[in-house]
Design a protein around this ligand. Structure first.
Ligand SMILES: [Zn+2]
Length: 288
C-alpha cells in the first residue's frame, strides 16, 4: 500500500502525533493545556497515528505526521519515532511519516540513519522547543545524515504556541526559531531540502527572501488560519513562490477543515491552488 496520488485531493505537510498507543503524551500537561488555550482548540488535542489516519482518509488528504523529540530541553520523554513509523506503515495510503531526533543527543546522526532506514520520509526540528541554534556547526552532522538520506528537514519557525501565556514562556526562546539561522543550513547543505514551517512571525519577510533565493527552501503555511496570513505572504504565494509554498494545517491545533475553508476565501489564483494544496508537496517530498 502506498499513496495513490490520483485519489488524493491534498497533502497536509504538517500534522502532529500527540499520543502513543500506551496513552503517553508528547508534552507535559502544563504545555499541552497552554497550547490548547492559545489555539482555542476544541477538537481532540492528543490524536494518535490511528485516529489521524482515519480522519485524513475520510478527507481524501494525505498527512505528513511526526512528533518532536525535545527530551533534553524539556525533560519530558519523547514519543517513539520508531513506533510512529511502524504504525504509519499500516496506513501508507494516507500517512507520510517523518522522524524526530533530539539534536543534543550525541547519537542523533546515527538515529537519523536508523530512522531513515526504517521508513522516515523526512525529519522535523523545533529549534525553540528543542532549545538549539540550528546554525550551530555542532549540529551539522545531524543535517549531513538527513541530506545523505535524501529526505527533507522541516523546521518550526517563528512564534510558537508551546509555552504561550506562561511565565517566561516556560523558558522557551523564540530567537532559536528565527528563519535566518536556517539560511546558514540551507546554504551549507544545498542538496538538503529545507521547509520553513509556518508564517514566521515576526520574521515573515526573511522567510520569503530565503525561499526566493534558495532553490532548496520551501515554506509551509501551517499553524495560522489563512485569514491571518500577512499580505506579503499571500502576494508571494500567488506569484514568485507559487511553487515553493505548501498546505499544512498543524493539526490538531488547527484542523484541515478550518484551514481549507479559510484558504478558499483567500485571494489566491485558481491555477495556484492545486500547486499549494498538493503538487508542491509531491515535489518537496520526492513522491513524483
Ligand atoms: Zn509543528
Amino acid at each position: 500500500m502506498t499513496l495513490d496520488l490520483d485519489a488524493l485531493d491534498a497533502i497536509d505537510v504538517h500534522v502532529h502525533v500527540e499520543q502513543d498507543a500506551h496513552g503517553c503524551l508528547s508534552l507535559d500537561q502544563e504545555l499541552m493545556d497552554a497550547s490548547a488555550a492559545y489555539f482555542k482548540a476544541d477538537q481532540d488535542r492528543t490524536p494518535t497515528v490511528e485516529s489521524i489516519a482515519a480522519y485524513y482518509r475520510e478527507r481524501r488528504t494525505a498527512a505528513v505526521v511526526f512528533t518532536v523529540d525535545a527530551t533534553t530541553a524539556t525533560g519530558h520523554p519523547a514519543l517513539s519515532s520508531e513506533e510512529i513509523l511502524d504504525a504509519a506503515a499500516a496506513h501508507a495510503d494516507v500517512l507520510v511519516p517523518f522522524g524526530s531526533v533530539d539534536p543534543h543527543d550525541a547519537a542523533a546522526p546515527d538515529r537519523v540513519r536508523a530512522l531513515a532506514a526504517r521508513g522516515a520520509r523526512g525529519f522535523k526540528f523545533h529549534p525553540s522547543l528543542q532549545a538549539f541554534a540550528p546554525n550551530d556547526p555542532a549540529f551539522y552532522p545531524v543535517y549531513e545524515a538527513v541530506a545523505e538520506a535524501g529526505v527533507p528537514a522541516l523546521f518550526h519557525t517563528g512564534q510558537t504556541g508551546i509555552g504561550a501565556g506562561l511565565p517566561g514562556g516556560r523558558g522557551i526562546k523564540l530567537r532559536f526559531s528565527d528563519p535566518m539561522l536556517i539560511d546558514d543550513v540551507a546554504a551549507d547543505f544545498p542538496r538538503l531540502t529545507v521547509v520553513l514551517a509556518h508564517p514566521s512571525v515576526p520574521w515573515q519577510d526573511a522567510a520569503i527572501s530565503m525561499a526566493t533565493h534558495k532553490a532548496n527552501v520551501y515554506i509551509d503555511l501551517s499553524g495560522w488560519s489563512p485569514r491571518y496570513f500577512p499580505p506579503q505572504l499571500v502576494r508571494a504565494a500567488n506569484g514568485l513562490l507559487k511553487r515553493k509554498v505548501l498546505f499544512g494545517s498543524d493539526f490538531p491545533v488547527i484542523t484541515p477543515d478550518r484551514w481549507r475553508a479559510d484558504f478558499d476565501r483567500l485571494d489566491v489564483k485558481d491555477e495556484v491552488r492545486p500547486l499549494i494544496l498538493k503538487d508542491n508537496a509531491v515535489r518537496m517530498l520526492g513522491l513524483g
